[in-house]
Structures are given as structure tokens and as C-alpha cells.
Design a protein around this ligand. Structure first.
Ligand SMILES: Cc1cc2nc3c(=O)[nH]c(=O)nc-3n(C[C@H](O)[C@H](O)[C@H](O)COP(=O)(O)O)c2cc1C
Length: 172
């Protein structure tokens, strides 16, 4: 089973999570690449696809990447976001990503918080309707932290086990 950890990351948070996932899967021969460098996603059976939540949504580059995947491939999604993990916003983006993966088996998802660029916070604080979110997002400082990266490793192992089980099931 060929495994790819593909990620899109503007400021490095999602990249850190991707690397943690990759670390756990390296012994399985996994590869890690930024999404823009993935030329042939069809080569891989199990794809971990990671992205930052942008404006409640999946960034366009990731949207296009997921749309290119083919039936029979397995997908594990992960994201980072400024909002709190238990809020609606991160779930919304993951649901959007699942919706894009038509005919693809989505094995599961993982999300954690990621520090938001100061420039974005400085900009949004000027708009009263965004102040509450800025206050929430500011507390994502220093994430992903070591606990987030450990959780990401657990996620990687869980997804791998699930993908292998599916493989056995299909061979029977
Ligand atoms: C343009 C832009 C829009 C964002 N929109 C959201 C959002 O809607 N919800 C959220 O929780 N975080 C939002 N964030 C915060 C990022 O999702 C978060 O900081 C993420 O960890 C960045 O990941 P990266 O370092 O891999 O780019 C936004 C960040 C940027 C730059």
C-alpha cells in the first residue's frame, strides 16, 4: 500500500502536523509532499490530506487536489484552524472536504488549533463583527503544540490500521 502525506500550509502549522503524521508512517514507506508538488496522486492507495481552514473553508488548492482523486483511493483528512477544536467552524471545513471526495473512502479526520498570523488578527480586530473570533483565535498561540503533534501521530496509526483492515476485507 503506497501512502502519501500531502499538505497545504501557508505559515507552517499544517506542515508541522503533516510531518508528525509522516514520522509515524515513515517505516511503512510513506512519502510527504506539499500538494503543489504531487504530480500523480493516483499512485497512492492511502492519502493523508492536510490543510489550514481559510474563511471557514477548504483552500482552493486543496479543493482541486481532492477533486482529482479517484475511486478506490482512501483518504484521511486533517486540518489546523484558529478556532477552538470543539466549535462548528473546523467541522464545517472537514465536512466540506468530505463532500468533495465523491466516491473516495474517507477513513477519518483530525483537527487541531494553529497559531494565526498576527497580521490577520490585527486586520480583523478593526472590524467589530470579527472581534469575538479574534479573541478566540488569539488563544491558538503556540499551537500546534507537542500534545497536538502526539495526537496527530495517534491519528496516523488509527488511519493506517483502518486502511489495512479495509484491504483485508476487500481481499476476502
Ligand atoms: C486567510 C486566512 C483565513 C483564515 N480563516 C480561518 C477561519 O475561517 N477559521 C479558523 O479557525 N482559522 C482561520 N485561519 C487561521 C488558520 O486556519 C490557522 O492559523 C492555521 O493553523 C494556519 O495553518 P498553516 O500555518 O498551515 O497555514 C485563517 C488564516 C488565514 C491566513
Amino acid at each position: 500500500m503506497k501512502i502519501l502525506v500531502a499538505y497545504y500550509s501557508k505559515t507552517g502549522n499544517t506542515k508541522a502536523v503533516a510531518e508528525s503524521i509522516f514520522h509515524e508512517l515513515q517505516k511503512e514507506g510513506a512519502e510527504i509532499k506539499p500538494i503543489k508538488e504531487v504530480t500523480n496522486p493516483d499512485e497512492y492507495t492511502l492519502i493523508f490530506c492536510g490543510f489550514p481552514v481559510h474563511a471557514h473553508s477548504v483552500p482552493v488548492a486543496v479543493h482541486n487536489f481532492i477533486k482529482k482523486l479517484s475511486q478506490g483511493q482512501k483518504l484521511a483528512l486533517f486540518s489546523t484552524h484558529g478556532s477552538k477544536t470543539d466549535g462548528q467552524m473546523p467541522k464545517q471545513a472537514i465536512h466540506q472536504a468530505i463532500g468533495l471526495a465523491k466516491g473516495i473512502e474517507v477513513l477519518g479526520s483530525f483537527t487541531c488549533r494553529g497559531q494565526v498570523e498576527q497580521e490577520i488578527l490585527d486586520d480583523l480586530i478593526k472590524k467589530p463583527e470579527h472581534r469575538a473570533w479574534v479573541a478566540e483565535a488569539a488563544s491558538a498561540k503556540d499551537h500546534p503544540d507537542s500534545a497536538d503533534l502526539e495526537d496527530a501521530k495517534m491519528f496516523a496509526m488509527g488511519m493506517l490500521k483502518k486502511a489495512m483492515k479495509f484491504g483485508e476485507f476487500h481481499r476476502k
